[in-house]
Design a binder for this molecule. Structure first.
Ligand SMILES: O=C(O)CCC(=O)C(=O)O
Ligand SMILES: [Fe+2]
Length: 377
């Protein structure tokens, strides 16, 4: 019999909502789940199911090889989950801040000196792969299809393909543990088969590397579905950790998800990670900023879900859109200048020279080049 735990609210809805973007440390939590268990709220709602060691190493290794690099690229659009604005976490192209909010801000570009039309938040080593349900901003004026590949799938199809068995295994856990939600999500997902991940109930995957999320609820995913989280500790990175539990602070309960484990979780409840606790001194060459922001630990986390607006592309005739626009994606996945440390021992001298030159360019230029020209990988 799997252990059953019942939890009640220790904070009111308005109290927890006021803490959006803030961190909750391990000491906040009364219960840390670290064994097979099902956790329900007192009103009978499923909060999480944890299952330890359900994925074999052969599958987690494949996913790790596929996602390690893309997960490390930093993005400025993770909103509240990236935490309260912190200068040391903002991209270098952000100059003076305009109309600053708790987790997002407008800004004057330090490159062009002009006010940007975008809002930014703290950088986070967190990226979206698989399929997406919004037009890429860069193609907005070009009659592009609303559903599309992400840049990772466009640029690294072989890495993507190599991870499908892992995603299928995640889908089997989802089906087994939360069958009703899986059934609904599978039907909705497979209604748009071009943008479904194989025969699973997922369209999209978020991959995070050494990232401690601040208090947030996930957005943009199918409301009647359920969240699926896996962790893989990167054996090529010696910076081991304890902690970084996935917690529901309103209920005082968190789960220790480690390599091979599966967590079914209600991502529409407030959640956040506890602090990373180092096991050893920092090993390897990292920029001070990476260590300051704790982006050096070996925790890869993977969230699988269905984008809720993908259904708009059911039976869509893509011929009315610009040719192949649904197979395009702009932006690339990397903020290259933030990722000089991405190890790539196989690049030739010319490639590494090219990379070094590009790394000297302002980030906005790199983004522009990556978006509009097929020059960079
Ligand atoms: O890594 C984790 O434990 C949580 C990740 C998460 O909540 C997210 O990516 O939205
Ligand atoms: Fe989340």
């Amino acid at each position: 019999m799997v252990k059953k735990i019942t939890v009640s609210k220790i904070m009111s809805d308005s109290e927890i909502a006021s803490k959006e973007g803030e961190h909750f440390d391990e000491k906040h939590y009364k219960t840390i789940v670290d064994e097979d268990a099902d956790v329900y709220t007192t009103d009978g709602k499923l909060l999480l199911k944890l299952r330890k060691k359900v994925f074999p190493k052969s599958l987690t290794d494949k996913a790790l090889e596929s996602y390690r690099k893309v997960a490390k690229a930093k993005k400025d659009n993770r909103g509240a989950s990236a935490g309260k604005l912190d200068r040391n976490k903002l991209p270098t192209y952000v100059g003076e801040l305009v109309n600053k909010k708790k987790c997002r801000t407008g800004f004057i570009s330090s490159v062009s000196g002009k006010k940007s039309s975008q809002l930014v938040g703290n950088l986070a080593p967190s990226n979206i792969i698989g399929y997406y349900d919004k037009i890429d901003r860069n193609y907005a004026k070009k009659n592009a299809a609303p559903c599309r590949l992400t840049a990772f799938n466009r640029d690294y199809p072989e890495l993507w393909d190599n991870s499908i068995d892992f995603l299928k295994a995640a889908d089997r856990q989802f089906k087994k543990l939360v069958p009703e939600a899986h059934k609904k999500q599978l039907k909705q997902c497979q209604a748009v088969p071009d943008f479904a991940i194989a025969d699973t109930a997922f369209s999209t995957v978020t991959v995070n590397y050494s990232w401690r999320t601040a208090l947030h609820k996930d957005a943009g995913d199918y409301m009647d579905g359920f969240g699926n989280l896996m962790v893989i500790e990167d054996h090529e990175n010696p910076n081991k950790y304890r902690g970084a539990y996935t917690g529901f602070p309103q209920y005082g309960v968190a789960a220790n998800v480690r390599t091979g484990d599966f967590l079914a979780m209600d991502v529409h409840e407030w959640h956040a990670n506890t602090e990373f606790k180092p096991v050893n001194k920092v090993k390897g060459t990292y920029k001070q900023k990476d260590v300051d922001n704790q982006w050096h630990y070996n925790r890869l986390s993977i969230v699988c879900y269905l984008r809720e607006k993908m259904i708009r592309c059911k039976d869509m005739d893509f011929s009315k859109y610009d040719q192949k626009s649904h197979k395009m994606s702009g932006g690339g996945y990397g903020d290259i200048s933030e990722n000089k440390n991405i190890e790539n021992n196989n690049v030739s001298n010319v490639d590494s020279l090219k990379k070094n030159i590009f790394n000297l360019l302002p980030v906005e230029w790199i983004k522009h080049i990556k978006t509009n020209f097929d020059l960079l990988d």
